[in-house]
Design a protein around this ligand. Sequence first.
Ligand code: SF4
Ligand code: SF4
Length: 183
Amino acid sequence: MDDDAGRNTVLCYMTQRYRELDEQVRTFMPLCGSACPSGCGICCTSEYEPEVTPEEGEYAAKYIIEFRSDLESRFDRINSREYCIFYDEHSPLHCTIYPVRPVICRGFGFCGYTTKSGGFAYRPCRYMEQTAQPVTIADGPVLSNYHFQYACASTTLPISDAIFRAWQKLRYRMAEGEEPDAC
Ligand code: SF4
Ligand code: SF4
């Protein structure tokens, strides 16, 4: 398998895994008894910008180049940012790259963890509101199940940097005559 084919296989695999995680989160949301207060975006604007793999950066960078070139000007803020450069308090979902947001963003507030005995447990984010009694379930979304199954990279970077670096590389390759491929 050449480098391009290998890379595309990873990106296609990520599409599947993103869909699976979204489905698990959608199923879990009404069971967990918690909801985000309207307009809250603290998980995107806290000092800690989540780290993601270079593959996730490439996945989002392709989308920006193909569908949202209007977002490219956001890279001008890369060195002066206080939080993820794709956050927009005026957009309804706050995230300007919502369809291609990384795993960690897909799970914000609605993922649990695996207990020592192998069970599933969940703790809501401290900013959430309780809307109903949580339902006890044996299985639910666990972020680590999604991170490590496609992460063939040894490094991670803050979201903005991962996407910026991938975008620079893709733009360079396109300037050299390559077409971006998509899944
Ligand atoms: S990529 Fe989107 S969801 Fe993730 S931190 Fe940035 S703005 Fe928030
Ligand atoms: S997960 Fe927590 S911080 Fe993030 S939007 Fe929901 S309530 Fe706010």
